[in-house]
Design a protein around this ligand. Structure first.
Ligand code: PHE
Length: 438
């Protein structure tokens, strides 16, 4: 459940719909599913197996199985997770802010789409609003981390996830009943390959990794908390399916709703912040739906943020001898400070762009298109070539023997994916990102 809680988060509800909107609807979805099955699944299994074998943080785990050089790869993953936690918390802070606005009835009484958009733009431009909620969100996450992983995260997730599903399904039903919903469904079902650029393919891989919390030590760390009795296969497959279903439902909900009020699907990261509030304003019971929606996205974001911080915390405890409480304080404070430029990037720092991206967008791009694929490549290449596939498969079989006996293809599938499939794909895509194919 903690793994599912880590996977299901803003990437599904906030990021997936706008990426789909920007990158040609169904074409993007198909490429994304392909990456999820052929790269996401083996990398997820590889990371969990590394963690469960060593019972250590990513750096310690790779050192134990592969030596000091690999341990630096583990440190890179921890750094990536930390950077993710810093900007993720900014967007999650916006969600927290919107939840408070929703409670006050401020996001369910817009009279025009422009008003909804302007409210969003003026809120995120305000340095106090952005920083205050970035801080508060991290404070809540630190409180849960302080209490411990099993008690806080696992128990919470078991209650929050089913509710998230119910609310999403209600939103989908509402969306489908609105005008023009068939246009939205057509957009999601008919692939337009012409808008699928190289950048979009890279984004699909980045999204598959990001949504499964790969390439940044999270799953190695969570794997180290997994009992030897549990089946890694039976943990991973339901997580991937749940994650995909949540993303698809979120896309259907957001697009049917967006099309019904004439908002273009490519309106970018603000989609759930102004599209949905505008629609909530049109619906009877909009107040309650708005409160429920932002609360649930908030909870989903919390279980993910916590998992992004956990590798650094585990590292500080394992390797630097910190107490858990001290490690939590350092990690959360560091994430807050590192996230400040992102929190101000649509306000007072809006003229500071990197490669014409605001700082928040740049951090997102840097992590999900470059650092995360590199982390995923390190994990899978490590399993395929350093730790050796046979050792990894032996570890995966612990608790999963039944699945391997029933599905004979699993062994060759993992062998090929760990050694060739996943690494080659990731390398090609990274080379493409660096412009080596012209
Ligand atoms: N998987 C999370 C999401 O979909 C994001 C995340 C990334 C969480 C990395 C932890 C680590 O929102």
């Amino acid at each position: 459940m903690a793994v599912a809680g880590s996977a299901i988060g803003l990437a599904n509800i906030w990021r997936f719909p706008y990426l789909v909107g920007k990158n040609g609807g169904a074409a993007f979805i198909l490429v994304y599913i392909f990456f999820l099955a052929l790269i996401g699944f083996p990398v997820l299994v590889a990371e969990i197996a590394i963690g469960r074998k060593t019972l250590l943080n990513p750096s310690g785990a790779l050192r134990k199985l592969g030596g000091p050089l690999w341990s630096s790869g583990g440190k890179l993953m921890i750094l990536t997770g930390f950077l993710v936690s810093s900007f993720y918390s900014v967007v999650a802070g916006w969600i927290l802010g919107y939840f408070i606005e929703a409670l006050q009835g401020n996001v369910s009484n817009f009279t025009s789409t422009i008003e909804a958009q302007n409210t969003f733009l003026s809120l995120i431009a305000s340095p106090y609003w952005g920083l205050c909620f970035h801080f508060l969100f991290l404070l809540f996450c630190a409180a849960v981390l302080y209490l411990g992983v099993r008690e806080g995260i696992e128990k919470g997730t078991k209650i929050m996830m089913p509710i998230l599903f119910v609310v999403l399904i209600l939103l989908v039903i509402k969306g489908i009943s609105l005008d023009n919903s068939s246009d939205a469904i057509t957009f999601l079902l008919s692939p337009d390959w012409s808008v699928l650029t190289k950048g979009a393919i890279l984004a699909a891989l980045g999204q598959a990794f990001f949504t499964l919390s790969l390439g940044q030590g999270t799953m190695i760390t969570y794997g180290s908390y997994l009992s030897k009795k549990e089946s890694i296969i039976k943990t991973c497959i339901p997580v991937i399916l749940m994650d995909l279903v949540v993303s698809l439902l979120a896309a259907v909900a957001v697009f049917t709703i967006a099309f019904s009020v004439g908002i273009q699907p490519d309106s970018g990261p603000g989609l759930i912040f102004h599209t949905l509030p505008w629609v909530f304003s049109q619906l009877s019971g909009g107040y309650l739906i708005a409160v429920a929606f932002f609360l649930l996205v908030l909870l989903a974001a919390m279980t993910s943020e916590i998992s992004a911080l956990e590798p650094l915390i585990a590292y500080l405890c394992d390797e630097k001898g910190f107490s858990r409480h001290k490690a939590v304080m350092w990690a959360a404070t560091g994430a807050f400070i590192t996230g400040i430029p992102s929190a101000l990037s649509y306000g007072i720092l809006k003229n500071w762009t990197i490669d014409s991206m605001p700082i928040l967008d740049f951090m997102d791009y840097l992590c999900s298109s470059i650092l995360i694929p590199i982390g995923g490549l390190l994990a899978v290449a490590f399993v395929g070539w350093r730790w050796k596939v046979s050792n990894a498969i032996q570890e995966i079989k612990v608790g999963s023997l039944e699945s391997f006996e029933k599905h004979r293809w699993l062994t060759p599938y993992f062998k090929i994916s760990f050694q060739f499939g996943a690494p080659i794909f990731i390398i090609l895509i990274l080379m493409n990102a660096l412009g080596l194919f012209g």
